[in-house]
Design a protein around this ligand. Structure first.
Ligand SMILES: Nc1ncnc2c1ncn2[C@@H]1O[C@H](COP(=O)(O)OP(=O)(O)OP(=O)(O)O)[C@@H](O)[C@H]1O
Ligand SMILES: [Mg+2]
Length: 281
């Protein structure tokens, strides 16, 4: 089976302690896993702050290079992507969604301008009618429409709406992989599940694989097919999401789970509701 993405003993060091220091920390330490090309899935990377999640995302997006090991996307070592055309081709197939949609969109630029730019650059839309058609199709996928967005600025939309626009924009190039780094942590709790469910529908209907980075075990449990749990750059647990999150074996994962799912039955009831919803859906 061919691989969509393969991480092979990936390590990323960052220098610490100033300019002349030779010390470094292993932000990501010897991580290996792969996603199959013909089996779209939601792959969660879970861990507390500083565990290396965003560093992983940056390497998968080609924005950081590993000190050792390789990241191979669809047969190409990401670190060998050099010229502009290779970079554009890569970006069309691997798209990011970031944590804070209000940072991703300049407040002085109309939101639709971003979508039109992406439609022009990655979907070959050359005239206004074509741009609007391409963007409307992507917006419909995320439960919005061109009519709702046209001419609006980011501050005129809610965080949840704006994050949907960010997902729509990511969909315009028809990517094979979306790397979403904490995509719901800035979104109101009441809207989180709708974004998370959106990822599911993208997997099922568009066959897009999704790297879902989060420190939130509940949503990871709810949507992921597989999960890795990271601590200080190291993968300490991995496998089928339900199996790992139901029965964590590493003390760190047990602690992480207990921190999220307290033994208090009232507090746990929300988590149990999530679980039964997951089991039913
Ligand atoms: N550009 C950088 N220079 C130096 N150190 C860095 C850099 N980026 C990250 N680090 C360090 O690498 C480690 C991993 O950081 P990373 O941002 O990947 O963690 P994270 O899991 O995404 O955390 P969070 O949940 O807070 O977003 C941390 O110790 C961080 O301080
Ligand atoms: Mg991060």
């Amino acid at each position: 089976m061919s691989k969509l993405l393969e991480l092979d003993h990936v390590t990323k060091l960052y220098p610490v302690g100033g300019l002349f220091s030779r010390q470094s920390i292993k932000a990501v330490n010897d991580v290996s896993f792969s996603l199959d090309a013909d089996k779209p899935e939601i792959f969660a990377i879970v861990g507390e702050s500083g565990s290396g999640k965003s560093t992983m995302a940056k390497m998968m997006l080609g924005n950081e290079v590993p000190n050792s090991g390789r990241l191979v996307f669809d047969g190409t070592d990401i670190s060998t992507i050099r010229n502009r055309s290779q970079r554009e081709a890569f970006m069309a197939r691997v798209q990011p969604v970031f944590q804070n949609p209000f940072e991703a969109f300049n407040p002085l630029t109309r939101v639709d301008a971003y979508l039109f730019g992406t439609a022009h650059r990655f979907a070959g839309a050359n005239n206004q009618a074509e741009k609007e058609r391409v963007c409307d199709e992507a917006l419909q996928r995320v439960g919005l429409s061109m009519a709702e967005i046209k001419g609006r600025f980011s501050h005129e939309l809610s965080g949840g709406q704006l994050q949907r626009v960010a997902v729509a924009r990511a969909l315009i190039p028809s990517p094979k992989l979306i790397v979403a780094d904490e995509p719901v942590s800035m979104v109101d709790a009441s809207l989180r599940m709708s974004i998370v469910n959106l990822f599911r529908s993208l997997r099922d209907e568009l066959k897009v694989s999704i790297i879902y980075i989060t420190h939130d075990l509940a949503t990871a449990y709810y949507i992921s097919d597989r999960v890795i749990i990271m601590q200080k750059g190291v993968v300490i647990e991995s496998g089928d999401a339900r199996a790992v999150l139901d029965n964590p074996t590493h003390p760190y994962s047990i602690a992480l789970k207990n921190a999220v799912l307290p033994p208090d039955p009232r507090a746990a009831s929300a988590a149990i509701r999530l679980r039964s919803a997951a089991a039913a859906g």
